[in-house]
Design a protein around this ligand. Structure first.
Ligand code: NAD
Ligand code: IPM
Ligand code: MN
Length: 366
């Protein structure tokens, strides 16, 4: 029997609530596909600070190193916001994991499924025109990691600085990931930059053009980030793969998530060159709804599906989960944030959405 060791890092806020549903779905998959998952929980984020003093305890890092993949929830929240930046859960846990495992390639697929256009906040004719894109975000460099960064000086002359920095090697490998993704999709890469202002963006364009020469069947276009944030709302059907530096991809992917209906729908895969990956919702710990049992677990469940696809070579199981998610949404089992005033009274709880997905999964595969 196939066996896979998954490090489960639920984290803070809604993390544990949505992770429970993802584990439920993985349990169903193990029965349906004769695979044994060892789902090993580890502390991470604010809760790890509270329990051990560190957002990424040694035991957690070792556990991840020995796992076949990492399933991650979310970290951070108001309780830990006043810590020094290097100790905060976001940097000390999440960014450290990305960097430690060299998870440079972040895929964030956003799709409006036929029949689910009504969930989108876009005008109905635009939602109906078809949204099916993937943000390919560079995840281990750029302004997030560039040195130097810091604060110097005093009084009104005090200043803070970050460094946006990209090497040709870093740009090339994420551009290759984007062109590979486009080759398996609709053969179009839109590379997002700010080349009219930023030096890093000009190098980004140069290297992206070089990579494009190896993919003659793929169309490459360049678009400024400000225009792109507008274009994804005006005419999202024009996009296939959006190739983004770290910060622009962060911003654009939240916008793409919301186009499909909710922050709680967008999964993500963060991978290194060996295929090892960390899988997590694009959204965060949602402190405003945590603890109420109303968070949407779908982004976490779809992240588990991406884990099956990219790290565990279980494409059939990944597709089955994705299909069960669409059936669940189409059947009207919706968490509160997807409801409008007309159906708000019948909003489903986090666990009810998880149960519905498991039921559709069993129905669809037996
Ligand atoms: P957020 O994504 O947590 O929340 C933004 C909005 O989206 C909120 O209104 C929230 O309720 C809603 N939302 C997000 N996920 C949802 C879900 N599954 N179901 C229903 N609604 C959902 O972003 P934020 O409020 O800017 O950040 C909150 C905390 O999370 C911060 O500490 C931030 O640093 C952290 N964060 C962590 C991650 C991560 O761990 N990967 C990602 C983003 C933000
Ligand atoms: C994301 C998050 C993270 C990021 C934060 C929590 C560091 O917003 O995964 O999109 O900015 O990359
Ligand atoms: Mn983000």
């Amino acid at each position: 029997m196939k066996q896979a060791n998954i490090a489960v890092l639920a984290g803070d806020g809604i993390g544990p609530e949505v992770m429970q549903e993802a584990c439920k779905v993985l349990d169903a998959i193990s029965t349906l596909y004769s695979v044994r998952f060892s789902l090993q929980p580890y502390l991470v984020g604010g809760i790890a600070i509270d329990n051990t003093g560190s957002a990424l305890p040694d035991a957690t890092l070792r556990g991840c190193e020995h796992a076949d993949a990492i399933l991650f929830g979310s970290v951070g929240g108001p309780k830990w916001d006043s810590l020094p930046p290097e100790q905060r859960p976001e940097r000390a846990a999440l960014l450290t994991l990305r960097s430690h495992f060299d998870l440079f390639s972040n895929l964030r697929p956003a799709k409006i499924y036929t029949g689910l256009e009504h969930l989108s906040p876009l005008r109905s004719d635009i939602a109906a025109s078809g949204v099916d894109l993937v943000v390919v975000r560079e995840l281990t460099s750029g302004i997030y990691f560039g040195e130097p960064k810091g604060v110097e000086g005093d009084g009104e002359e005090q200043f803070a600085f970050d460094t946006m920095r990209y090497s040709k090697r870093e740009i090339r490998r994420i551009a290759v990931a984007a062109f590979e993704a486009a080759s398996r999709r609709h053969n179009k890469v839109t590379s997002i930059d700010k080349a009219n202002v930023l030096t890093t963006s000009r190098l980004w364009r140069e290297v992206t053009e070089e990579v494009a020469a190896d993919y003659p069947q793929v169309i490459l276009e360049h678009m400024y980030i400000d225009n792109a944030t507008m274009q994804v709302m005006r005419n999202p059907a024009q996009f296939d793969v959006l190739l983004c530096p770290n910060l622009f991809g962060d911003i654009l992917s939240d916008e793409c998530a919301m186009m499909t209906g909710s922050m709680g729908l967008l999964p993500s895969a963060s991978m290194n060159a060996t295929g090892f990956g960390l899988y997590e919702p694009a959204g965060g710990s949602a402190p405003d709804i945590a603890g109420k049992g109303i968070a949407n677990p779908i982004a976490q469940i779809l992240s588990a599906a991406l884990m099956l696809r990219y790290s565990l070579n279980m494409e059939d199981a990944a597709l089955a989960i994705e299909k069960a998610v669409v059936s669940t949404l189409a059947s009207g089992v919706l968490t509160k944030e997807l409801c409008n005033s007309a159906n708000l009274h019948s909003a489903a709880l986090t666990a009810q959405v998880g149960d519905a997905i498991v039921n559709f999964l069993i129905e669809g595969t037996t």
